[in-house]
Design a protein around this ligand. Structure first.
Ligand SMILES: C[S@@+](CC[C@H](N)C(=O)[O-])C[C@H]1O[C@@H](n2cnc3c(N)ncnc32)[C@H](O)[C@@H]1O
Length: 385
């Protein structure tokens, strides 16, 4: 990106814990390189072009980091010496500000804040001894952001090429209070085996995240192109003209919006209105059919059966569910009646209840995986009739 030579660099991308394999598949599909999975991240090698492409196009990753250092370290002085031996001039301009974010997992005699401060000091010192310039720290709106992770004694330093997480999609004007992260919605679609063109149904669509992510995928839309604060645009190693050229090429490769075989149903008219607003904000008005309807009586709503059903039904008392097993059993029965032979992928918080309801209603459970939704567990369950 800064010259003719394509230098191979090391990167890691962060994602939801439990969805690392989906992120690795996406890296393979977009860049043609193998990515190695780790807890909530994947590691791979690519070029700066590859890094830009992934930022513009990826749908399962949160942030993409250039890996600057990975080393065994368990004390602050060891961390300081790992960071201090790095050179930072090619990443930060003299006039730019920076910040360090820190994440710590395991038992240590210091806090994440201590670690961030140590790494920050080491960066300032390394830069000052190479250039004579003392870098400015700006914790709220830095030009350049580093991430320091310490997992037991595995220390990683990365340069954030993304900025705010890519799960903040450009189209999400209306949020459902139990809305799904678009990265999870996209990952569920991939786990379900859905391919663009196959009739798809989300019978509990809320503000439309799953159907909109499906439409984005089907039309080859690059969500990161619309991200407002993509960090790489401020990083000096990326050439602005080349980024523009790549953005233009990717925009040209997007398909024109057209009606797709994707349906979202929700019992709440307010949710359907929100889904329509989000669809319009995505630039995809008319591509998805959103309908007010009862998931327990889908045959009254659907004109054609779907081949794949992907959804996250309401859970818990907060969503008004007094008897979840009966509710889910009726919903899964309705899906079976309305879409015979379809595959079903469902996100649940109480897997035992959902599995029982699937079995009560004649579905065979094919697989289950645990993911982390913040600090709580969610379970993606696949079933077939
Ligand atoms: C967990 S939310 C789905 C959130 C959605 N995936 C999103 O990202 O916005 C569950 C949705 O199920 C809807 N719902 C509850 N009971 C329903 C029923 N019987 N039929 C259809 N939708 C129902 C609620 O209105 C709510 O929008």
């Amino acid at each position: 990106m800064c010259g003719g030579v394509k230098v191979v660099l090391k990167f890691f991308a962060t994602t939801i814990t439990g969805l690392e394999d989906v992120a690795a598949d996406e890296v393979w599909r977009l860049l043609g390189v193998e990515a190695f999975t780790d807890v909530s991240k994947v590691f791979f090698e690519s070029t700066l072009e590859g890094c830009a492409l992934l930022n513009f196009s990826a749908k399962s990753i949160n942030r993409l980091y250039l890996l600057l250092a990975r080393s065994k370290a368990s004390s602050l002085s060891e961390i300081e010496s790992v960071v201090g031996s790095q050179s930072f001039q090619e990443f930060i301009g003299r006039e730019q500000s920076f910040a360090v974010r820190a994440e710590r997992h395991g038992v240590h005699s210091f806090t994440s804040l201590d670690m961030a401060a140590t790494v920050g000091r080491a960066i300032i010192e390394s830069y000052r001894s190479a250039t004579g310039v003392r870098l400015r720290v700006d914790l709220s709106n830095p030009d350049v952001e580093f991430l320091a992770i310490l997992r037991d004694n595995d220390f990683i330093l990365g340069l954030n090429t993304t900025g705010p997480s890519l799960h903040h999609r450009y189209y999400r004007l209306r949020h459902h209070r139990a809305g799904l992260a678009p990265t999870i919605a996209y990952s569920m679609l991939m786990i379900s085996g859905w391919t663009a063109g196959e009739p798809l149904l989300d019978p509990f669509c809320g503000a439309g995240t799953i159907p909109i992510e499906a439409a984005i995928h089907a039309l080859n839309i690059h969500p990161g192109l619309r991200a407002e604060k993509l960090a790489l645009r401020k990083l000096r190693m990326f050439d602005a003209e080349r980024l523009e050229e790549m953005s233009r090429r990717l925009l040209e490769s997007e398909k024109n919006p057209e009606p797709l075989d994707i349906t979202g149903v929700d019992a709440s008219p307010r949710s359907i209105a929100d889904a329509e607003s989000n669809l319009e904000a995505a630039g995809l008005k008319g591509c998805v059919s959103f309908t007010v309807g009862d998931a327990l009586r889908l045959e009254r709503v659907l004109t054609e059966p779907a081949r794949r059903i992907v959804c996250n039904p309401p859970f818990g008392l907060r969503m008004g569910l007094r008897d979840p097993e009966t509710f889910y059993t009726e919903a899964f029965r309705s899906m079976r009646r309305a879409c015979p032979g379809a595959g079903l992928t469902v996100l649940a918080s109480k897997p035992v209840v959902v599995v029982r309801a699937l079995e009560n209603s004649g579905w065979a459970v094919l697989g289950e995986r645990r993911i982390l939704l913040g600090s709580i567990s969610g379970y993606i369950i696949s079933a077939a009739t």
